[in-house]
Each structure stands twice: as C-alpha cells, then as structure tokens.
Design a protein around this ligand. Structure first.
Ligand SMILES: NC(=O)c1ccc[n+]([C@@H]2O[C@H](COP(=O)([O-])OP(=O)(O)OC[C@H]3O[C@@H](n4cnc5c(N)ncnc54)[C@H](OP(=O)(O)O)[C@@H]3O)[C@@H](O)[C@H]2O)c1
Length: 331
C-alpha cells in the first residue's frame, strides 16, 4: 500500500453516527482529511456530526445506508481511497432474534462493505472488530497473556447465548476470508471497552457499562471484558492503521488487560460518592494481567491515554447529558 496526499483522498466511515464513528470522523478532520463520507443508518439523526469540527460542517458528506443495502453502501464508498467499517449492532440488551438483529447486519453488512471496496478499488479497509472476537476463549492457556492470536470460542458463546461475541467473530472471519480470496486489503482493530465523552445524543453500550457500574450494578462483565481504552485512542489507532503501509492482520487496542473488579476499584477511588459495588475474587477467572497488551499498536507509535482520564471524561459527559442522576454512596 502506498501513501497518497490526504487532501486528494476521500474516505468513508460506516456507523459514523455512533460513539466510535463520531470520534473517528472528528479525528480524520483533525488529521487533515478534507473529505469524509459518513454512512449512517437511514432516518437516523446525524446533526451532531456537522458540529464536530469546523471542517465537518462543509466537508462531511452524509449518505443514508443500511449496511444490508449493497447499492446504498456502494454510493457511500464511491470515490474513497479508504473505508473505516465501524457499523455493527452494539447493545447491552439480549436480542430477541439474534440472527436478524445481530448476526446478519454484522456479517452480511461487512461483506457488502468489502464487495463495494473491491469493486471501487479502495486502497484499504480498516475493520472495527472487537475484543469480543478474541474472548471468551476458555481454551487459552492460563499462563499466557491474551494477544491477537486468540479467537473467541463460538460454541462456548452460542451455548451461553452470548450473541454479540458470535456476531463480531463471524464478521471478522468472513472479512478475512473475503480479503484473502479477493485481494482486498483489510486490517482489523480490536478495541476493549471504549470510554470518553459522548459526541452522539444517545447512550452507547460501552459508556452504559460505566453508567451502570456507577449506579451499583453487580454485573461482572465476565464475557465482555479485557480492559478499557479511551475512544479517542481507538480513533487515532484506526487512522494509524489506515496510514501505516506495513500494518496487517489484527490489532488489540486496549490500555492494559486486567480484571473488571480492579477497574471498579479504580473508578470508586475517582468517584467515591457513587455506590460502586466492590467485587470479591476474580471477575474474569484466570485472566493474566498485562500493561502493554496492545504491543502491536504501541510498536506502530500509538500512545495510550490513562484510563482514569477516559473515566473522568465519560462521567462528565454522562452528567452533562442527564444520563447520571445524583446517586450518592449508600454508606
Ligand atoms: N464501544 C465499544 O466499547 C466497542 C468495543 C469494541 C468494538 N466496538 C465496535 O465498534 C463499532 C461501533 O460501536 P459503538 O460503540 O460506536 O456503538 P454505537 O454507538 O452503537 O455505533 C454503532 C453504529 O452502527 C450503526 N449500525 C448498526 N446497524 C446498522 C446497519 N444495519 N446499517 C447501518 N448502520 C448500522 C448504528 O446506527 P444507528 O445507531 O443509527 O442505528 C451506529 O451508528 C461496532 O462495530 C462495535 O462492535 C465497540
């Protein structure tokens, strides 16, 4: 892959309306990209995107595209040298119909984006996968830190009805197979739980995890946790992966690997006024702790923001938007 001047290069972001998508649009403009095609779910409100930066107001082109609608996806990708595929259903609620609500948009949506990228000769697709395509993986050796060679155990998840990890794993596997067969350049990023200020008007799933923890939730996040990361670092990493010709394969994006119970402790030190549950024992049994788990991204030059900053900014944002009441310590 050869670099091209950014001013001549339009790029497309799917799921641009969402938490990560909005931060990515903002980061692209901050990094000198002049034209961004924002693909958003038809009928969704994208007014917040236009006020993200000065440039967004004039140089953001909004395309309504359900990722299941190939024609609409192709229109959004047309004229772009790069595609950041972010759109995929992401919710804390269990789906009523996993196939229709989660698996189909994740897998077929990804294939549609890659088909369009192939036809329109896109230089690279940066696929937003997830730690949920790496864990849970009960077969992983207990004395080894999780890394990019780990894949989520699909049977384990299906038997527990954990459909989100199934959707992310199947989507990434389908993408890698398509890329291999069709010669499309796909690089995947695997963020852990993303935190930071909300650009979008609604509460997304990962910020809801922190909201619920602050409200006293005892949910251990057993199946969905490796660590946390500032959403702005994820956006920076997505751009870095697009711009680094040598990048290939999978990139874990987390500021450390540790227990959710330890995260709860750190949050309670920052916000002692909230009734945060103290977890006894391991919330992720056998998880090996590691500070620089995202070694591949660190080696490319990514510097992670302290998780405490991400937590503070999320809390401020949740308060400002009315997503946190005045829960005070129960003691
Ligand atoms: N946040 C995290 O901690 C985290 C961690 C790892 C990976 N990820 C991945 O990052 C991506 C973005 O997540 P997020 O946290 O930003 O969640 P989000 O705010 O819910 O964003 C998801 C976006 O995907 C869009 N979308 C869903 N189905 C679609 C469809 N059929 N067609 C077009 N657009 C569709 C949504 O549009 P509407 O809202 O308008 O329907 C929304 O803009 C997802 O792929 C998720 O799996 C997130």
């Amino acid at each position: 892959m050869t670099a091209e001047p950014k001013q001549n290069a339009a790029v497309c972001v799917t799921g641009a309306n969402g938490f990560i998508g909005s931060w990515l649009v903002r980061t692209l403009f901050d990094n000198g990209y002049t034209t961004v095609n924002a693909a958003v779910y038809p009928g969704s409100d994208s007014t917040h995107l236009l006020t993200l930066t000065k440039e967004a107001n004039t140089n953001l082109r909004i395309f309504e595209a359900d990722v299941l609608d190939y024609e609409a996806v192709e229109k959004a990708v047309e004229g772009c040298v790069g595609v950041f595929h972010v759109a995929s259903p992401c919710s804390l609620d269990d789906p009523k119909d996993p196939e229709k609500e989660l698996l189909l948009p994740a897998v077929q949506g990804t294939i549609n984006v890659l088909e369009a990228a192939k036809k329109l000769k896109v230089r690279r697709v940066v696929l937003t996968s997830s730690i949920s395509a790496m864990v849970p993986n009960p077969g992983w050796s207990k004395d080894k830190v999780f890394d990019e060679t780990s894949w989520t155990d699909l049977d384990y998840c299906k038997s527990r009805k954990k459909w989100y990890p199934v959707s992310k794993t199947l989507a990434e596997k389908a993408a890698m197979e398509f890329a291999e067969k069709n010669g499309v350049d796909v690089v995947a990023i695997h963020p852990s739980t993303c935190l930071g200020s909300l650009q979008q008007p609604y509460l997304n799933a990962s910020c809801a995890v922190l909201q619920q923890l602050l409200q006293g939730s005892k949910e251990t996040q057993e199946y969905h946790w490796l660590g946390a990361v500032h959403v702005k670092d994820v956006a920076k990493a997505q751009v870095l992966l697009f711009e680094s010709p040598e990048a290939s394969g999978r990139y874990l994006c987390t500021n450390g690997i540790y227990q959710f119970g330890d995260f709860a402790e750190r949050v309670s030190k920052l916000f002692p006024e909230f009734p945060i549950h103290r977890f006894n024992g391991e919330t992720q049994p056998g998880l090996m702790v590691c500070e620089d788990a995202a070694k591949r991204l660190i080696d490319l030059g990514l510097v992670f923001t302290p998780v405490e900053d991400a937590v503070r900014e999320t809390v401020e944002s949740l308060k400002a938007r009315g997503f946190l009441g005045h829960q005070m310590s129960q003691s």
